[in-house]
Design a protein around this ligand. Structure first.
Ligand code: PMT
Length: 410
């Protein structure tokens, strides 16, 4: 499966003759399994109509910052948050200059400013414009900020000149875009991730569980695999597809999850506990369905093993990352868990009505001894990639190894 499968790609099209190639690019992105939304500048619409991109992407094209109908359907901040990556293809010299200035005078420029997703540009311009010191300074400034430049290629141009400035072909752009996700940050590492809820049986037909959907943990497993790690995902009962290149072990109860983790963790470099493990299980599970006899029913609960604390207590042990789901005093409670369980890092998330559990979005507060980083609200896939980048950075710091960072945090 391509690493672009299920990725949300925001394709920006600016006003150059290569805009026609962006139509084929849209088709190829969708073929690779990506979801594509297109934003066009006014100049781009002089070359190709929004209708072309609407037909190819399957979604209305975004053209205007001040369009109340488009804003009502999917506001520009929502669109910026939606994107796993932003690719501007073709990207004109003018748009590069505007990005350097941080201008937000049209929709596409605003989206580039508003999105935390990695930004890639496919420059397309006349060779003299590409070679001009102003453009050179602009591309250096953008590269310095972590923007990825894909191309341009050399060859014959629409203007009749030959030289560097042709937009890369769609296939090369697809490969370059995929590399934004395939960071190699955890290459050669073994990572064990827990995800989802556990189910603690009461009788053969009933159980105690929680609202975890597994989305956060599956996103973490996918991000770690994309970063080059060998990943074992130990999952409670969830209805999610296994991410590509991830080995999945299905469990139901906390005790089963504990056993599966203890089997997988020897030799692991990183353990990430995103699962919402039941703290208690029912004592003496009934062999037959419990009958409705009295007005009340008492269940006696007994403590489950703490999987995270047990992994942290191992010697030798992996780099141990816990999650903290809190309804109040987020930082204080998370720091207490970090210290009490002896973790290397904790990702704290506020939970409750519409937050954390069973949602598409989340926000995380990362804490470690002497450090803290906020990951503001975003899709769980994006947060997972940011978390993996921080883990790779911290892991490098812990082991003294330098992990080459090919790109900025995707
Ligand atoms: O699955 P989603 O719908 O996407 O929701 C994501 C999430 C909200 C479940 C996730 O982001 C999250 O916060 N996971 C941890 C939930 C939790 O149980 O937190 P806790 O504060 O109760 O536990 C602290 C840590 O100890 C967690 O890393 C947990 O996995 C671990 N733990 C807890 C109890 C136990 N017996 N064994 C454990 O390993």
């Amino acid at each position: 499966m391509s690493s672009l499968a299920r990725k949300h790609i925001l394709l920006g099209v600016t006003g150059g003759i290569a805009a026609y190639k962006a139509a084929e690019l849209t088709r190829r992105l969708r073929q690779a399994g990506a979801e594509v939304r297109v934003a066009m500048t006014a100049a781009a619409q002089g070359f190709v109509t929004p209708l072309t991109f609407q037909a190819l992407s399957g979604h209305p094209v975004h053209t205007d910052l001040m369009d109340p109908a488009a804003e009502a359907a999917m506001g520009h901040i929502e669109l910026a948050r939606w994107a796993d990556a932003v690719l501007v293809a073709p990207c004109t010299a003018d748009f590069m200059a505007r990005l350097v200035q941080g201008e937000a005078d049209d929709l596409l420029a605003t989206l580039c400013l508003a999105s935390r997703a990695p930004l890639a540009l496919a420059p397309a311009m006349n060779p003299q414009m590409w070679a001009h010191p102003a453009t050179r300074a602009n591309r250096e400034a953008l590269a310095e900020r972590g923007v990825t430049l894909l191309g341009p290629a050399a060859g014959e141009m629409a203007c009749g000149e030959t030289g560097e400035g042709r937009m890369l072909e769609p296939e090369a752009l697809l490969a370059g875009l995929a590399e934004l996700f395939e960071t190699g940050r955890l290459a050669g590492r073994r990572v064990v991730v827990t995800a989802g809820p556990t189910r603690e049986p009461i009788d053969p037909v009933r159980y105690i569980s929680n609202r975890s959907s597994g989305r956060m943990g599956f996103a973490v497993a996918e991000a770690a695999a994309e970063a080059g790690a060998e990943v074992v995902l130990i999952a409670g009962p969830v209805a999610l597809e296994t991410p590509a290149r991830v080995t999945r072990v299905d469990v139901e109860t906390a005790a089963q999850m504990h056993a599966a983790v203890m089997k997988a963790v020897p030799g692991a470099d990183v353990f990430i506990a995103t699962a919402a493990v039941a703290d208690y299980r029912v004592e003496g599970v009934a062999a037959q369905k419990i009958k409705k006899t009295g007005e009340t029913l008492e269940l006696r609960l007994t403590r489950n093993p703490d999987i995270l604390a047990d992994v942290a207590a191992r010697e030798p042990r992996p780099f141990v990352v816990g999650f903290a789901a809190e309804t109040e005093r987020l930082i204080e409670h998370a720091r207490e868990k970090l210290d009490r369980k002896g973790l290397d890092l904790i990702a704290a998330n506020p939970v409750g009505e519409g937050q954390g559990f069973d949602t598409e979005d989340n926000c995380l507060e990362l804490l470690w001894a002497g450090g803290q980083r906020s990951l503001p609200r975003a899709r769980k896939s994006r947060l997972a990639r940011e978390l993996v980048a921080v883990i790779a950075e911290r892991l490098g710091a812990e082991t003294g190894k330098v992990i080459p960072l090919k790109h900025r945090t995707p």
